[in-house]
Ligand binder design. Structure first.
Ligand SMILES: NC(=O)C1=CN([C@@H]2O[C@H](COP(=O)(O)OP(=O)(O)OC[C@H]3O[C@@H](n4cnc5c(N)ncnc54)[C@H](OP(=O)(O)O)[C@@H]3O)[C@@H](O)[C@H]2O)C=CC1
Ligand SMILES: O=C(O)C1=N[C@H](C(=O)O)C[C@H](O)C1
Length: 237
């Protein structure tokens, strides 16, 4: 598979290493300031760039008929527009706030736990995310996904907010500590006890592997997919 990398920073470089180890070739690297790039050699594009650039680069790929895997966070106000352009151009797209296979298992645990806890009014929920100090967005895309999954299960909750003091909104606490790849904790606290689930990434390898596996899944398809589709395909046997 010939891959275009949209963004060649910490994630772009980790994806390059994993993709090459799986026998793929990087045919294009797009960084800040690179315009009018040539996508003709690419079978698929993998976008791990910056919030301000993601939508533009993703839609350039759709218009060139190149499927896109995107992991960039902080641009999702434009997600519906992107999927509309993808459909109009008969292209293919997977977005995930977190491509790690472990986090996608953690998402399932989170949904299940939220369903079990939704009638138990003595517990208050909060989410904590910890990332490296170079991260541009807060809260993390993964923390937002966790909050949306809980809200879907618990209709009493009216949304999420950074450090919220409103009992109807899930407070998300974002901490920035040097070199932390990504840690997420969901906790339910009462006067009697605390229940916590936690995912700790030890490096960026898991995010990058998941993105390459998603690209392998997407390369010959059209349509909009999610990591649930990728995982179902991976574990179908
Ligand atoms: N979904 C997931 O599983 C994960 C998502 N992420 C997300 O991925 C994104 C990238 O993370 P990370 O690699 O750590 O960030 P980096 O800052 O290390 O890399 C960002 C890259 O984007 C490039 N860039 C800037 N402007 C443009 C542009 N206009 N077009 C193309 N590329 C551009 C930068 O180029 P330059 O160096 O020239 O400025 C840099 O190479 C973030 O949004 C992060 O939240 C991260 C890990 C996992
Ligand atoms: O910026 C990062 O590094 C990460 N970003 C993603 C997010 O915002 O959730 C995923 C991962 O936690 C690392």
């Amino acid at each position: 598979m010939k891959i275009a990398l949209l963004g060649y920073g910490r994630m772009g470089k980790t994806i390059e290493e994993i993709a090459e180890n799986r026998g793929h070739e990087i045919v294009l690297k797009v960084s800040d300031g690179i315009e009018n790039y040539d996508l003709t050699k690419a079978d698929v594009a993998i976008d791990f760039s910056v919030p301000d650039a993601a939508f533009k680069n993703i839609t350039i790929c759709f218009k060139a008929g190149v499927p896109v895997v995107s992991g960039t966070t902080g641009w999702l106000d434009d997600y519906e527009k992107a999927t509309k352009i993808c459909s109009e151009e008969n292209s293919a797209f997977i977005y995930a706030s977190n491509f790690s296979l472990g986090v996608n298992v953690f998402f399932e645990l989170n949904r299940k736990l939220a369903g079990m806890m939704q009638g138990l009014e003595d517990y208050s929920i909060e989410i904590e995310e910890i990332h490296h100090t170079k991260k541009l967005d807060a809260p993390s895309g993964t923390a937002i996904s966790l909050a949306e999954q809980i809200i879907h299960e618990n209709k009493q909750l009216k949304g999420w907010q950074l450090d919220s003091a409103d009992e109807n909104k899930i407070p998300i606490h974002a901490k920035r500590i040097k070199d932390v790849p990504g840690t997420h904790v969901v906790s339910y606290d009462s006067n009697i006890d605390t229940i916590e689930i936690k995912h700790t990434a030890k490096s960026r390898q898991g995010f990058a592997l998941g993105a390459v596996v998603a690209a392998e899944y997407l390369q010959d398809k059209t349509g909009i997919y999610s990591m649930k589709d990728v995982l179902a395909d991976l574990f179908k046997n």
